[in-house]
Write a new protein. Structure first.
Length: 276
């Protein structure tokens, strides 16, 4: 029988009680739990920061982490002057805890889109302001548009090379990690051209809420990388979709798009992958 998942109220209580026992200077929370527009679900992390003045002392003995509950798995990371403790608990809750020295609050604030202060008796957060526009997309410039097109078509040749060499992971990494990201960027620019500056979220997680449902289905169909044949199919479909979407955006925004480059790169791929 599974362990009952602690409620948000219970989790916030343990976060604040632990902070009290450690005598931390201030507590804040960032991430989707602080965004009222985001629908709550059981997979939302508690992205918490403890502002501390005794980092070395706290990190020398981490037994206090047990106060949060029994962990299934965890990660301990160093990020700049901060320490991160990522914890998944047996009840399914997850806390991403940052320990941040008082003098480096700005470093943390700059890394977050927005946050809510939960406890700050000394007013340490008063001088700082969140940057809610961190994941916002604005209209593209001609220069950014050209860079995106060049990057997409240039990297598509790497995908072709990977497929021809039967290097599935290499091909997939370049196709999804770069080509698909440039396609998502173009789709985000399309949304911005209609709506102005928009919040597309981290990793474009809100992007398709602004687009027709068939657009998300069209993009999702590109994500089968289970074999060389599937990667090849995805590459050609991605090329055609990108070629189509950048022409639409260029026409709408009055940008120059070199169609010949796209057509030649599609031909380049077809010639080399015709027997694959």
């Amino acid at each position: 029988m599974g362990i009952n998942m602690r409620t948000e109220t219970e989790m916030l209580d343990v976060i604040l009680q632990t902070a009290k026992s450690l005598q931390v200077e201030a507590v804040a929370m960032s991430g989707s739990r602080t965004d009222t527009k985001v629908q709550k679900d059981e997979f939302q992390d508690y992205d918490v920061i403890y502002v501390v003045d005794d980092l070395d002392n706290l990190t020398s003995d981490l037994s206090w982490l047990d106060q949060f509950g029994t962990r299934i798995i965890e990660q301990h990371n160093v990020l700049g002057n901060r320490r991160l403790y990522l914890m998944l608990f047996e009840d399914g809750n997850r806390i991403d805890l940052t320990l941040c020295p008082t003098e480096y609050i700005q470093e943390w604030v700059d890394s977050e889109a927005d946050y809510t202060v939960l406890q700050d008796k000394k007013g340490l957060f008063v001088p700082y302001f969140p940057s809610p526009q961190r994941y916002w997309t604005s209209l593209s410039s001609q220069t950014d548009f050209e860079k995106a097109c060049n990057e997409f078509w240039w990297v598509s040749a790497y995908v072709v090379k990977g497929i021809c060499r039967k290097q599935v992971f290499y091909a997939t990494d370049h196709l999804y990690g770069i080509c698909h990201q440039e396609l998502l960027k173009v789709l985000a620019w399309q949304v911005a051209s209609d709506r102005g500056t928009v919040d597309v979220g981290k990793n474009y997680k809100y992007l398709f809420s602004y687009l027709p449902a068939e657009k998300e289905k069209e993009f999702s169909n590109l994500l089968d990388f289970s074999s060389s044949d599937k990667i090849t199919q995805s590459l050609f479909a991605t090329m055609q979709l990108f070629h189509q979407e950048v022409q639409y955006l260029a026409k709408k925004m009055g940008f120059d798009y070199d169609r010949e480059v796209g057509e030649k790169m599609i031909q380049y791929a077809e010639e080399r992958l015709s027997n694959h």
